[in-house]
Design a protein around this ligand. Structure first.
Ligand SMILES: C[S@@+](CC[C@H](N)C(=O)[O-])C[C@H]1O[C@@H](n2cnc3c(N)ncnc32)[C@H](O)[C@@H]1O
Length: 258
């Protein structure tokens, strides 16, 4: 019988989960059939106003956003992910569509200084879409990613990312029960911090941290970003049923490099 791991989720766990077959299929389908969401298109058009300027995408997965950006006219996109299987799908999708101008790289957002292809680069903006930042276990590691992306951007560059709210009133009771579990030491032993979730469904295993608003504001301030605005996807656009089925409502954050 397989033993159930009780060690905490690490970046390696997350990378291996994203490389698993069901997860790769899930994100590849989204890249082929969903493309950019209306809310993403609206914020990208608002903040990324120079399509020829270098743009960095963190956690590009199977290429949904990078290829979508290309179709919006952006022509200097560098997209990276640490999951090789997803990156291969992203390269295939771009090739199938005759796109040869996107640079895809394998890199870990928490260790960007180790990626030679990113060294000495300077981007006019960065995105980390669909909750990728919050799929990094451990607050200090998320801050490392925020610092690493900040270093690669020019002063004033916009940075766009999303989170799922922990302070959503609809989830208050569930988080109160989770706080009790943590107080008794009875939380899922694989979780790193309060606010983490690690679950399994038909798309594979998913780790995510759900932050409260103040936590994100503190993390931005500690890593050289100034907060510009944050708003929910529902406040931004009415998404198609396919998008709503793919992802719950989320919060978009916009920051600028100080
Ligand atoms: C929810 S998926 C989103 C994929 C794609 N951006 C999309 O919207 O379809 C999050 C992505 O972040 C990547 N990711 C998570 N942690 C990462 C890290 N430390 N370095 C690089 N990529 C990471 C995962 O491999 C995955 O592709």
């Amino acid at each position: 019988m397989d033993s159930i791991p009780t060690t905490k989720v690490t970046g390696e766990t997350v990378r291996s989960d994203f490389n698993s077959i069901n997860t790769v299929l899930h994100y590849t389908r989204a890249a082929h059939f969903l493309g950019l969401w209306k809310s993403e298109r609206a914020l990208i058009a608002k903040y990324f106003t120079a399509p020829a300027a270098p743009l960095l995408e963190a956690g590009c997965g199977a290429g949904r956003v990078a290829v979508g950006l290309w179709h919006q006219g952006y022509r200097a996109i560098t997209a990276f992910d640490f999951a090789a299987e997803l990156l291969e799908q992203a390269g295939n999708l771009a090739a199938e569509q005759g796109i040869d101008g996107i640079t895809f790289l394998q890199a870990d957002a928490t260790r960007l200084e180790l990626c030679p292809a990113l060294r000495d680069q300077s981007f006019n903006g960065a995105v980390f879409m669909f909750n990728g930042l919050m799929q990094i276990p451990g607050r200090e590691h998320r801050r490392r990613a925020l610092r690493g992306l900040q270093r690669l951007c020019r002063p004033g560059a916009p940075f766009l990312f999303t989170t799922h709210d922990r302070d959503d009133p609809a989830d208050r009771d569930e988080w109160a029960r989770e706080a009790d579990r943590w107080a008794r030491g009875e939380q899922n032993p694989r979780l790193v911090e309060f606010g983490d979730r690690y679950f399994t469904d038909e798309n594979g295993n998913t780790f995510m941290h759900l932050p409260v608003r103040g936590e994100v504001l503190d993390d931005l301030a500690a890593t050289g970003w100034s907060h510009v605005e944050d708003l929910t996807r529902n406040a931004l656009a009415s998404e198609t049923p396919m998008v709503r089925n793919f992802s719950d409502n989320c919060r978009f954050w916009v920051a600028r490099k100080i």
